[in-house]
Design a protein around this ligand. Structure first.
Ligand code: PLP
Length: 231
């Protein structure tokens, strides 16, 4: 009988095949594209299987409490925080995450800068963009993005490394395309102290399309671990 671990192995193989086919199809064969395992609701032993058996080297964490309860059980892997982050929770994750992908205000950026300074770290971050203007989602509006980035460039203990988004489900292709344009626009400004190295977009339902529009971090949860059971 197949175990949950076997399903993760099969899912991973399928995802990698799909990503490789998409790279081929969209002329991105030479590009390095990371597949992140999004771990929310998934037990640490299954996450560890994805690390040790599949070779996953990047985890995405959404929830501070859940991450804190699981992090000591994880095998070595890079960790990016990708969920909504309240300013009063920054102190709990600042010393253990490699990137915070969900920065969408100067208030949050300043708090990350302050805590990073306190522990002598320069924290890599991505700026989350609410590309579809959806009420329910985090992210800075496309219109306010460049002002926020110029302000963040002044903070000595954070380093902007790119952009992240969750496109609206009703028309992902249109919004993935807009996001790529925005990413290119900001890159071309060549702002001091700002890197545009990462474009994080694409989830279980749209990762192949995200490859088409220039993503280099695919954040995959349910296609790898199966449907989430919320407890
Ligand atoms: C849950 C989540 C994902 C992964 O979603 P799936 O559709 O299960 O792949 C990616 N990014 C963020 C920010 C998430 O919260």
């Amino acid at each position: 009988m197949k175990t949950q671990f076997d399903y993760v192995d099969e899912n991973y193989r399928r995802i990698i095949n799909n990503v490789n086919e998409a790279k081929e199809r969209y002329g991105r064969s030479g590009d390095s594209i990371q597949v992140m395992a999004v771990t929310k609701t998934v037990d640490a032993d299954i996450v560890n299987h994805a690390i040790s058996s599949c070779g996953i080297s990047l985890l995405g964490e959404n929830r501070v409490q859940e991450y804190l309860s699981k992090k000591d059980a994880y095998l070595p892997a890079a960790v990016h925080f990708i969920g909504g982050l309240q300013t009063n929770k920054v102190k709990y994750i600042i010393d253990s995450v490699d990137m915070i992908q969900s920065v969408d205000s100067l208030k949050l950026a300043s708090e990350i800068n302050r805590h990073a300074g306190r522990i002598g770290k320069i924290q890599d971050v991505l700026v989350e963009v609410n590309i579809g203007g959806e009420e329910s989602k985090g992210g800075v509006s496309p219109e306010e993005l460049s002002e926020l980035i110029y302000a963040m460039a002044e903070l000595p203990n954070i380093k902007v490394q790119g952009l992240m988004t969750i496109p609206p489900p009703h028309d992902p292709e249109k919004f993935l395309g807009r996001m790529q344009e925005l990413y290119i626009d900001i890159s071309e400004k060549r702002i001091d102290n700002i890197n545009m190295s990462f474009l994080s977009m694409g989830m279980s339902g749209d990762y192949e399309l995200a490859v088409k529009y220039g993503s280099n971090i695919l954040r995959i949860g349910s296609a790898l671990f199966g449907a989430r059971i919320y407890r």
